[in-house]
Design a binder for this molecule. Structure first.
Ligand code: SAM
Length: 291
C-alpha cells in the first residue's frame, strides 16, 4: 500500500533513511498532513492544463500532490542535502523538475521557458520558508514571469498584512505592493501543530489572483511605490509629516506637496494607513504632473 510522503510515518521514514536533520536557518518546517496538502491543491485549482512553480519542496510532500494534478512542476530547492532525497521521493513522478538554486537568484522566466514543455497558465504554489516570505513574494511580483495565481502558505501575520484593507492596523506598503498587481484573500488558516518541527506561529494560505490590469492607473510606477513606502515610514505620524520627512522640508518642496495634496483632494493631516490604493494613485499622479 502506497503511503503519501506527507503522512507522519512516511516523513519520519524518509528523514531517517537519508539521515536528514532540519536547518532552522533555512525555514525548514515540513507539512505532515495530507488533507491540508489536498486542500491547498484544490484551492489552487491545479489541473493538467496548469504548470506549477514551487519554492522549497523539502522532501516533496506538496510536490507530490502537485505532480499528481498538474501538467508539470518546477521546484526550486536551496538545500543541497535535499536534492538526493527529492531524487528518491520524486522518482515515481515524471513531470517534476527540481532545480538546486536559491529562488531569489533564479532567472524565473528563463528557467520556466526551458523546463515547461507546453505554454500553459503558470501558478505558484508553495509552503514558503518564513524567513524570506516577503523577498520571495517581491521577487515573483517584480519578475517578468506571467503568473496567473499564487497560492502560498506563510506566517498568518504576514498573510494578514498582504491582504489588509485601508484603515486597519495591518495595512501598509506591503499590502499596496501586492494588491496593486494581485487580488488578495486568505483562503484558510493552518495550525502550527501539523508541521515538523513545529513553528512558533500559525500559518495561513493566501490566494493571490493576477488582475487584468493594475488596481490603479499610475503615470510613474516607481514613484508610486516610493510614495506609498514613504507614507508608512513613521507609523504614528500624519501623511504630511511622512511626506516632508521623505521629500524634503524646503519651501519649494513644501509648496509642491501642499498644492498636489489640495489638487488630489487629500487631507494632509490624515494618516498614511487611511489612504486607499486609488487615493495613493491619484496623489502620485498629481505629484508627478506638478514636479
Ligand atoms: N514544501 C515542503 C513542505 O511543505 O513540507 C517544505 C517547506 S519548508 C517551510 C521551506 C523549504 O524551502 C525548505 O525545504 C528549505 O530548504 C527551502 N528554502 C529555504 N530557502 C530557500 C531559498 N532561498 N530558495 C529555495 N528554497 C529555499
Amino acid at each position: 500500500e502506497y503511503k503519501e510522503i506527507a503522512t507522519p510515518s512516511r516523513t519520519k521514514e524518509i528523514l531517517k533513511k537519508h539521515g536528514f536533520s532540519f536547518k532552522k536557518s533555512l525555514g525548514q518546517n515540513f507539512l505532515t498532513e495530507p488533507n491540508i496538502l489536498r486542500k491547498i491543491v484544490e484551492t489552487a485549482g491545479i489541473d493538467t492544463q496548469t504548470n506549477v512553480v514551487e519554492v522549497g519542496p523539502g522532501i516533496g510532500a506538496l510536490t507530490e500532490q502537485l505532480a499528481k494534478n498538474a501538467a508539470q512542476v518546477l521546484a526550486f530547492e536551496i538545500d543541497d542535502r535535499l536534492i538526493p532525497v527529492l531524487e528518491d521521493t520524486m522518482s515515481p513522478y515524471r513531470n517534476v523538475t527540481v532545480i538546486h538554486n536559491d529562488v531569489l537568484k533564479a532567472d524565473l522566466v528563463g528557467t520556466t521557458k526551458v523546463v515547461f514543455k507546453e505554454e500553459l497558465p503558470i501558478k505558484v504554489v508553495a509552503n514558503l520558508p518564513y524567513y524570506i516570505t516577503t523577498p520571495i513574494m517581491m521577487h515573483f511580483l517584480e519578475s517578468d514571469l506571467e503568473v496567473q495565481e499564487m497560492i502560498v502558505m506563510m506566517q498568518k501575520e504576514v498573510a494578514d498584512r498582504i491582504s489588509a484593507k485601508p484603515g486597519t492596523k495591518a495595512y501598509g506598503s506591503l499590502s499596496i505592493a501586492v494588491q496593486y498587481f494581485m487580488e488578495a484573500s486568505i483562503a484558510f488558516i493552518v495550525p502550527k501543530t501539523v508541521f515538523i518541527p513545529q513553528p512558533n506561529v500559525d500559518s495561513a494560505i493566501i490566494k493571490l489572483t493576477k488582475r487584468d490590469k493594475p488596481a490603479v492607473e499610475v503615470t510613474n510606477e516607481k514613484e508610486f511605490f516610493k510614495l506609498t513606502k514613504a507614507s508608512f515610514q513613521l507609523r504614528r505620524k500624519t501623511l504630511w509629516n511622512n511626506l516632508i520627512h521623505f521629500y524634503g522640508k524646503d519651501d519649494g518642496t513644501k509648496a509642491w506637496l501642499t498644492n498636489s495634496l489640495t489638487e488630489a483632494e487629500i487631507d494632509p493631516s490624515r494618516r498614511g494607513e487611511t489612504l486607499s490604493l486609488v487615493e495613493f494613485g491619484r496623489l502620485s499622479n498629481t505629484l508627478e504632473k506638478n514636479r
